[in-house]
Design a protein around this ligand. Structure first.
Ligand SMILES: Cc1cc2nc3c(=O)[nH]c(=O)nc-3n(C[C@H](O)[C@H](O)[C@H](O)COP(=O)(O)OP(=O)(O)OC[C@H]3O[C@@H](n4cnc5c(N)ncnc54)[C@H](O)[C@@H]3O)c2cc1C
Length: 608
C-alpha cells in the first residue's frame, strides 16, 4: 500500500473505467495530488484477468466479483438474475467480454435534449478515440470479416492507453454472419465509430495485439503512471462514506472520505479540491445514500442524517435486457463448447502460453444492429408508429419520464437507428427458473455443441432502482432492475427475438447449423408472438450494462448530477462512471464510459 499523504487535491473512489481514467488524467498535472481508492485487489499481471478467454474463472468469486443478485423479477416469471461487477483495479473492465462498440450520434442528441448542454455527438467524438490505440487486424482476419468495408483505420484512436484490435480468433460463423445479414437486406459500409450504423459487423476487442492480453482500464495505471509521485493508488480499501459539510451558503462541500483498509482499520482522509465518485452504477448510489445524499424516505428508514434530499439517487436504473437462444451446430463445425473437454482445454492453454494466440486470445463475437423487425422482417413505419402510440400515448408519467420517452420514441421512429443488437457467441448459454448466476449462464449442460444468438433491446422503457439495504457498507444494496416492467419492452424484445428464425434459416449461416436443432424446444418456431413473449421471460438475461442511477439531468427532472457531473447542491462532489448516463445508449457501453471519463477529466481540469 502507498504511504498516504495527509491530504489530497483530488480523491477518486473506485478504480474502474471511470475512476482510473479520471485519476490518471488528473495526475498528469504535477502540481496536484491524486488519491485513487479501490475496494478490490490490484490484479495486474494475474492471468485470470489478463487472459481474455479466462473470464469464466472470475464470476461469483468474491476476490474479483461483487456478484449481485436481483430481487425477483415480477415481469420475468419471478426469476432472479445475477449481475457480475468487477471488484479489482480495472473494475468491470477486468472481467468484461472486451467488445468495443460505439454509441450512435442519436444517443448524444438524446442526452443533450434532457438538459445536458455540451454532451452532443460532435463534442464527444474526440473522446471516443482518445482512450484507445487501434491496431488493424492481420490480412487473413480482415479478409475473413470484410473489415475493410467498415473499419476506417484513419478514424480510430491512435494514442490512447487501451489497446484495441481484432485478433486472429474468428472463423466460419463470423464470416457467414456478415453475409447472412447482407442477404437479409441489412448491410452498411458505415464505420460504427462514426455514429450511425445498421447491419452486421465484427467490432474490435480491447485486447493487446502484441501480447494477446486483455486491454482494460488498468492500462491507465501503466508503470510510468504508477511512478508519479503525485498519484497514490490504494487497493483493498473500502470507502465507507464521503465526508460532507453543510456550508453557510446552503451548499454542501465534500471534505474527504472514510475508508476501511485491508487490516480492518478505519481512517479518514481529507480532500482539498474535489471528491470524485466512480464506484459504478450499483455502488455509487449506495455511497451517496450512506453519506446522506438520497431520498429522504430511504435515508430516514436507515437512520442516516439527511444532508441533501435527492430523490433521484438510485432511481432511473436501466439495463440492456436480452434473450438468448442456442442452436446446435452442423457436423464438422466447431464451437467453444468443445472446451468442456479437458484435453482440448489443456491444448488451448498451451497454445496461448506459447503463441499468445488461439481461442483464449479473445471472444470471437460478431454483432448486428437492426431497426424494429419481427418474424417476417423490417416493420413498416406505420406499424412502428402504431406500436409506440399504443403503449406510450395516454400514459400518465412524471415530467422526467415523459421527456425520456419522447426522445426514445424519436430514436425508434427513425429506421436508421438500431432498436436491437444481435450478438453471435460461439457457445451455449443457459437461463434458469429461480435464480440465474453467471456460472449457470456459462455452464455447458447440453451434450451437443452449440452457438447462441443473443437478442438485445437497445432502448429500454423499464426503470428499476438500487437502494441501500441497511446503513452498513458491507450489506449489498437492494438491486431491482425491474426488467420488462414497461409492456413495450416485451413487445419489442419478443419481435426482435422472432427475427432469429430468419437469421438461422438464411444462408450461409443456415448451413452451419443442424436444421431445427434449437434449445429451448419452445424456440423451434418463433412465428407466434405470444409464445415468443413467454420464451423471452423464460430466457431473459442482460448484457451487463446497468446505467442511470446518478443520472445527469436537471434536479427537477430527478437528476443527480449536472452537465459538469457535479452532484446537484454540492460544490465539489462529482460522479464519473456509467451511473451518470441519463439514458441507455445503443450497444455495449465500455467505450462510452471511457469517453465520458476522459471528458470529465477535461471538465475538472478546466474548472480549476
Ligand atoms: C461480465 C461483463 C461483461 C461485459 N462485457 C462488456 C463488453 O464486452 N463490452 C462493453 O462495452 N462493456 C462490457 N461490460 C460493461 C463494462 O465493463 C462496464 O459498463 C464498465 O466497466 C462500467 O465502468 P464503471 O466505471 O461505471 O464501473 P466499474 O468498471 O464497475 O468500476 C467501479 C469500481 O468501483 C469499485 N468500488 C465500488 N464500491 C467501492 C467502495 N465502496 N470503495 C472502493 N471502491 C469501490 C469497484 O470495485 C470497481 O473497481 C461488461 C461488464 C461485465 C460485468
Amino acid at each position: 500500500m502507498a504511504d498516504l499523504k495527509s491530504s489530497y487535491d483530488y480523491i477518486v473512489i473506485g478504480a474502474g473505467i471511470g475512476g482510473l481514467t479520471v485519476a490518471s488524467r488528473l495526475s498528469e498535472d504535477v502540481d496536484v495530488n491524486v488519491l485513487l481508492v479501490e475496494a478490490g485487489a490490484n490484479r495486474m499481471g494475474d492471468p485470470r484477468v489478463e487472459t481474455p478467454g479466462f473470464i469464466g474463472l472470475q464470476y461469483g468469486n468474491p476476490e474479483f466479483d461483487w456478484d449481485y443478485m436481483s430481487e425477483p423479477q415480477v415481469h420475468a416469471n419471478n426469476r432472479q438474475i445475477g449481475q457480475p461487477r468487477g471488484r479489482m483495479v480495472g473494475g468491470s473492465s477486468g472481467m468484461n467480454f472486451s467488445l468495443i462498440m460505439y454509441p450512435s450520434s442519436a444517443n448524444f442528441e438524446a442526452w443533450e435534449s434532457l438538459g445536458n448542454d455540451g454532451w452532443g455527438a460532435e463534442t464527444m467524438a474526440p473522446y471516443l478515440r482518445k482512450f484507445h490505440t487501434y491496431t488493424s487486424p492481420s490480412e487473413t482476419t480482415s479478409k475473413l470479416l470484410a473489415t475493410d468495408r467498415y473499419m476506417k483505420e484513419h478514424d480510430q484512436g491512435a494514442d490512447g492507453p487501451v489497446p484495441v484490435t481484432l485478433p486472429d480468433i474468428y472463423g466460419p460463423f463470423n464470416e457467414a454472419w456478415d453475409k447472412t445479414f447482407e442477404q437479409l437486406g441489412f448491410s452498411s459500409d458505415a464505420d460504427p465509430i462514426a455514429g450511425r450504423k445498421l447491419g452486421a459487423f465484427t467490432s474490435p476487442l480491447s485486447v493487446d495485439p502484441k501480447t494477446g492480453q486483455r486491454g482494460y482500464a488498468a492500462a491507465y495505471y501503466s508503470p510510468e503512471v504508477a511512478q508519479r509521485p503525485n498519484f497514490d493508488l490504494i487497493s483493498e480499501a473500502m470507502v465507507e462514506r464521503i465526508l460532507l459539510n453543510n456550508e453557510a451558503d446552503g451548499e454542501v462541500v465534500a471534505t474527504g472520505i472514510q475508508i476501511r483498509t485491508k487490516d480492518g482499520k478505519q481512517q479518514q482522509i481529507s480532500g482539498g479540491r474535489e471528491v470524485i465518485l466512480s464506484a459504478g452504477t450499483l455502488n455509487s448510489p449506495q455511497l451517496l445514500e450512506l453519506s446522506g445524499i438520497g431520498s429522504k424516505e430511504v435515508l430516514q428508514k436507515h437512520d442516516i442524517p439527511v444532508v441533501l434530499d435527492r430523490p433521484g439517487v438510485g432511481e432511473n436504473l436501466q439495463d440492456h435486457a436480452l434473450t438468448s437462444l442456442n442452436f446446435e451446430i452442423a457436423d464438422g463445425q466447431i464451437s467453444g463448447d468443445i472446451l468442456r473437454d479437458p484435453n482440448v482445454l489443456q491444448s488451448v492453454i498451451k497454445l496461448y502460453e506459447e503463441t499468445r494466440g488461439g481461442p483464449l486470445a479473445g471472444m470471437p463475437i460478431s454483432v448486428a444492429y437492426l431497426p424494429l423487425v419481427d418474424h417476417e422482417g423490417k416493420l413498416s413505419q406505420e406499424i412502428v408508429e402504431d406500436l409506440l402510440a399504443k403503449h406510450l400515448d395516454n400514459e400518465s408519467l412524471s415530467p422526467a419520464r415523459q421527456r425520456q420517452y419522447d426522445v426514445q420514441r424519436k430514436v425508434l421512429l427513425d429506421s436508421q437507428n438500431a432498436s436491437s443488437e444481435y450478438i453471435f457467441l460461439p457457445a451455449q448459454l443457459h437461463m434458469n427458473p429461480g435464480a440465474t448466476t453467471m456460472n449457470d449462464v456459462l455452464a455447458k449442460t447440453l451434450p451437443g455443441n452449440y452457438i447462441s444468438i443473443m437478442i438485445m433491446h437497445n432502448h429500454p422503457f423499464s426503470r428499476g432502482s438500487v437502494h441501500i439495504r441497511s446503513s452498513k457498507i458491507d450489506d449489498k444494496p437492494i438491486y431491482d432492475p425491474n426488467y420488462l416492467s414497461h409492456p413495450l419492452d416485451l413487445e419489442i424484445l419478443a419481435r426482435h427475438t422472432q427475427f432469429a428464425d430468419q437469421i438461422a434459416t438464411t444462408e450461409p449461416f443456415a448451413s452451419l447449423l443442424k436444421p431445427g436443432a434449437r434449445e429451448p424446444q419452445s424456440a423451434a418456431d418463433l412465428s407466434n408472438l405470444d409464445k415468443t413473449k413467454d420464451l423471452v421471460k423464460e430466457r431473459l438475461y442482460h448484457c451487463f450494462h446497468p446505467v442511470g442511477t446518478c443520472a445527469m439531468m436537471p434536479a427537477d427532472l430527478g437528476g443527480v448530477v449536472d452537465p459538469q457531473l457535479k452532484v446537484h447542491g454540492t460544490r465539489n462532489l462529482r460522479v464519473v462512471d456509467a451511473s451518470v448516463f441519463p439514458l441507455e445508449p445503443t450497444g455495449n457501453i465500455q467505450a462510452l464510459t471511457y469517453a465520458v471519463a476522459e471528458r470529465a477529466a477535461d471538465i475538472i481540469r478546466s474548472s480549476r
